[in-house]
Design a protein around this ligand. Structure first.
Ligand code: UDP
Length: 345
């Protein structure tokens, strides 16, 4: 299957390219390099020993996206990663987020409709659940009003996709769309080769790149945001999933779409996590242990808007996608440090 991957040089996108090629699929990358570097393409080609078609195109540019479809001819599926993702920035500049994240999805769907491209896998997020009343959180847990414009764009995009699939179920629409919405938990780690990984530009917002940069001496001290939460050690709990496991879920999603769509349109949601929660403090200790080093850290104030705890039920993904995680938290933290060390050299 030839698959258009928007945001294919980003963190999750680049690892997914590797998994797609390993499975014999043919990815085509579209990325405007807004938050990634052209060197990622070279690294991907080194890992996979494959030349990967790449288009430096903004997903909001309908004419340019259309040209990619025309040139590549037989694109059967799209994985849409490309989006802005900084929660804090989205509060300051909401229009940028609505325009880019929602606008680019609509552009893609229009072009997919024009070319009768049937399969879409969309990057959603566990932020749609807010602070769940019950843990682990399942796909049928309530969606709560988003705390940030970023979170809201994920909810809106899910609805846009659901409505489009629904319209294609009514025969009149002349466009049969099938979609899988993957709600990611917290991706960590890197490809074990150390050729690709997370590349935050500027000061990292996320925990693991902040940890690895502190260990590398790029940052002085990691601040753990709050140790007075109602959790066993007082720090927040998340479900940290190895990015290669997350990448493999996209391959399974495309395979499910290809097999199921014979019998009419589908739109399915899956949680993609490990099913296990770890606290920030546990993460720091595990990082120190597996990499045999000491991390400079201190406890600070809570970060506004943080969820106290969340982790996934992954039963649906295990059963219906036939997907499971293969890598541990330790693997993720080892691979993240391996990647950071190669970056310094
Ligand atoms: N965190 C922290 N210090 C940091 C960055 C993050 O203590 O410098 C905590 C944050 O409060 C949260 C967890 O690490 O409890 C994961 O944060 P991240 O931003 O990586 O993911 P998200 O909050 O979106 O799940």
């Amino acid at each position: 299957m030839k698959v258009l991957v928007t945001g294919g040089t980003g963190f999750i996108g680049s690892h997914t390219i590797v998994s797609l090629i390993e499975t014999g699929m043919k990815p085509v990358i579209v990325d405007n390099l807004d938050n990634s570097l052209p060197s990622v393409l070279k690294s991907l080609e080194a890992i996979t020993q494959t030349t990967i078609p790449f288009y430096e195109v903004d997903c909001n540019d309908q004419e340019a996206i259309n040209q990619v479809f025309e040139k590549e001819k037989d694109i059967e599926g799209v994985i849409h990663f490309a989006a802005h993702k900084a929660v804090g920035e989205s509060v300051i500049n909401p229009l940028k987020y609505y325009q880019n994240n929602v606008g680019s999805l609509i552009v893609l769907l229009e072009v997919m409709k024009k070319h009768q491209t049937p399969h879409l896998v969309f990057s959603s997020s566990c932020t749609v659940y807010g602070q769940p009343g019950q843990l682990p959180v399942t796909e049928t847990s309530p969606i709560i009003p988003a705390e940030s414009p970023y979170g809201n764009t994920k909810q809106i995009c899910e609805e846009v996709i659901r409505d489009t699939v629904h319209s294609s179920q009514a025969d009149l629409a002349n466009f049969q769309l099938n979609a899988i919405l993957l709600r990611y938990f917290n991706p960590i780690g890197a490809h074990p080769s150390g050729h690709i990984g997370e590349l935050p530009l500027g000061v990292p917002n996320n925990l693991v790149p902040y940890i690895t940069q502190t260990a590398a001496g790029i940052r002085d001290t990691l601040t753990i945001f709050g140790n007075d939460y109602d959790t066993p050690d007082g720090t927040c709990i998340r479900d940290y999933i190895h990015v290669m496991d997350l990448a493999e879920a996209h391959v399974k999603a495309l395979q499910l779409l290809a097999n199921k769509s014979e019998n009419g349109s589908i739109c399915e949601v899956f949680n993609i996590g490990t099913g296990k929660g770890n606290s920030v403090q546990e993460l720091v200790h595990t990082f120190e242990k597996v990499n045999n080093l000491k991390l400079n850290y201190e406890f600070g104030k809570r970060r506004p808007g943080d969820i106290e705890q969340i982790y996934a039920s992954v039963d649906k993904a295990n059963q219906q996608l036939g997907w499971q995680t293969k890598r541990s938290l330790e693997d993720g933290l080892r691979d993240a440090w391996n990647w950071q060390q190669k970056l310094i050299k």
